[in-house]
Ligand binder design. Structure first.
Ligand SMILES: [Cu+2]
Length: 187
């Protein structure tokens, strides 16, 4: 008997189609359920750490004034890099960090959404106007890394990048002065 010619082949095909229809319906119901649950959950419980900053006064006062950008070392030895992204550059354009020491990045944007990734490391974030993005990472190997903007931000996007110099910890410590903001921008 050729395939599909049996007396029950029609019924078997119907049953198979119905089975697949139910599987597809189940997947759709699952996905819609996930959307509803995550949507309601996130709107009821926004991320616990949201830090905002006033874009209009960013360059005039507070943490992200130009003189405060760059790398700072606190009295307890904590290293913090403060930076801003703007069309089409980062400030500072050259960032100095120590190797083997946790470094906290704090950044925001002045005009539109930017972002950056540091070379082949896991240092990666978006910079969103009005919000402070922060993460802590440790650079393992000394050397220079490129830091391109990775959020399309306009016609000059592809030219928007900075450099990150990872210095051996001792060399970094020798250059870092308390209260000063370090960068490798040529002045
Ligand atoms: Cu950009």
């Amino acid at each position: 008997m050729p395939p599909g010619a049996g007396p029950d082949s029609h019924a078997i095909a119907i049953a198979a189609e119905r089975r697949w229809a139910w599987i597809v319906i189940a997947i759709i119901v699952l996905l819609v359920g996930m959307m509803v649950v995550t949507g309601l959950h996130w709107s009821a419980m926004p991320p616990s750490r949201v830090e905002t900053v006033d874009v209009k006064t960013l360059h005039l006062k507070g943490e992200f004034v130009e003189s405060n950008l760059g790398t700072s070392v606190a009295a307890d030895g904590k290293v913090t890099v403060r930076l801003i992204g703007q069309q089409y550059s980062f400030e500072p354009q050259c960032i100095v960090v120590p190797a083997g020491v946790p470094v906290t990045f704090r950044g925001t944007a002045t005009d539109t959404i930017h972002g950056f990734v540091v070379g082949r490391t896991n240092a990666n974030t978006m910079l969103i106007p009005g919000f402070v993005s922060t993460f802590t990472t440790t650079f393992t190997t000394p050397g220079e890394q490129l830091m391109p903007c990775h959020e399309y931000c306009g016609t000059g996007h592809e030219a928007m990048w900075a450099r990150v110099q990872v210095l051996p910890a001792a060399e970094f410590t020798a250059r870092a002065k308390p209260g000063e903001r370090l960068s490798c921008v040529q002045r």
